[in-house]
Ligand binder design. Sequence first.
Ligand code: ARG
Length: 459
Amino acid sequence: MSKSKPWGGRFSQPTDAFMESFSASIHYDSRLFRQDIQGSMTHCRMLARQGIIAESEADLIVEGLARVKVEIEEGRLPFRDDQEDIHMHVEDRLRELIGPVAGKLHTARSRNDQVATDLRLWLREEVDAIREALRSLQRILLTLAETHVETVMPGFTHLQNAQPVSFGHHLMAYFEMFDRDRQRFGEARKRINQLPLGSAALAGTPFPIDRAWVAKELGFEGICRNSLDAVSDRDFVIETAAACSLVMMHLSRFSEELILWSSPAFGFVELSDAFATGSSIMPQKKNPDAPELVRGKSGRVTGHLMGLLTMMKGLPLAYNRDMQEDKEAIFDIIETVRGCLKVFAGMLAEIRVHQKAMAAAAKVGFTTATDLADYLVRQGIPFRKAHEVSGRLVRLCVESGRTLEQLSLAEMQAADPRIGADVVEVLTVTASINARKVVGGTAFATVRAAIEAARSQVV
Ligand code: ARG
């Protein structure tokens, strides 16, 4: 038999048994219990400060809430569908512990502003944890990049060998992506960190509450200015979900590269045994499961983002029960992103880089053909013409099974007499890389300077 509901006064029939479990969110929103109790304690103290309830009543309530918190922490409070959500569980247990005075806690508030407050408090902490995890990952990238400034690899476009680059430069590209991600979370945090409490159900409250004091106590930077908006906005959830989807998109691209690079066809890197798995049938296999799972999970996070946007797009103001559906999505998103960042940090810290294989591949595919064209430009030939000459020499190499460096000077001069003996100096991988000293380029010295400058961003 279900307990009576806090809203039971208006009802003459009990809730349908299936409806009760259908409606319950306690099996996932119980994770908000700390934030719920913290918010309630502060709300209660404020009510007493404002003379809305007595100090002695507030003392009883706050002490009782502290006991409920310990009970939940120790797993001693049974969760039940008939109590729907975490807010009702806490209040119901409080009433059992301290009696009817517990009923005064809900003065001047509603579950609508309460749940929005809880979620903002929770998300604020999680966003900070993600920012920290991103920073750790950036530090690992920086260390790896520093070791591999002079490790050369082919840079790709269309996954075709394009121009040689420093592996450190390639890694620093991800550093930049994760840096923007971290900034995005920093921006989102400002909008998360606004207090909805005090908006009550939708219109505000007639009681003389002090929202500014509550905001300060709970560490909010400001107060939601419109009560209708405060209880019905979930864009802080969606914005965070979008920032998470971008992190996952970046991690997924990185995963894709690690999967390719660890394939024997590339052989650029090897994942440590701790982050790979074997095959149950093929004894030789070492599979890149960690990056594959991260790549796979990116779809899940993006899916939740679409779910949240779709859930919200048709809702009239203000609160609608649809919005309870925000929680499983954002909880899963955050857990997934945190897990992926953690596995990536571990995996990258232990990755083995096969410099020789990378260096050998850097030469494959006439990756210095652009350097040959640039050389001709320096002899006064227009770039379009230089491109054509270099292209013809590449064709000669393809037909005769040679590299550009293996062509004789006579063969080159047959293509254009302005080619001199000094052309050999521009055709090597290292020369190609070090010619690109432009800001943001791949020259070793430039990459080293970029790494040095980046260090201050992650201290
Ligand atoms: N469990 C609800 C949610 O997550 C709390 C707010 C319920 N408010 C209401 N009027 N039914 O959205």
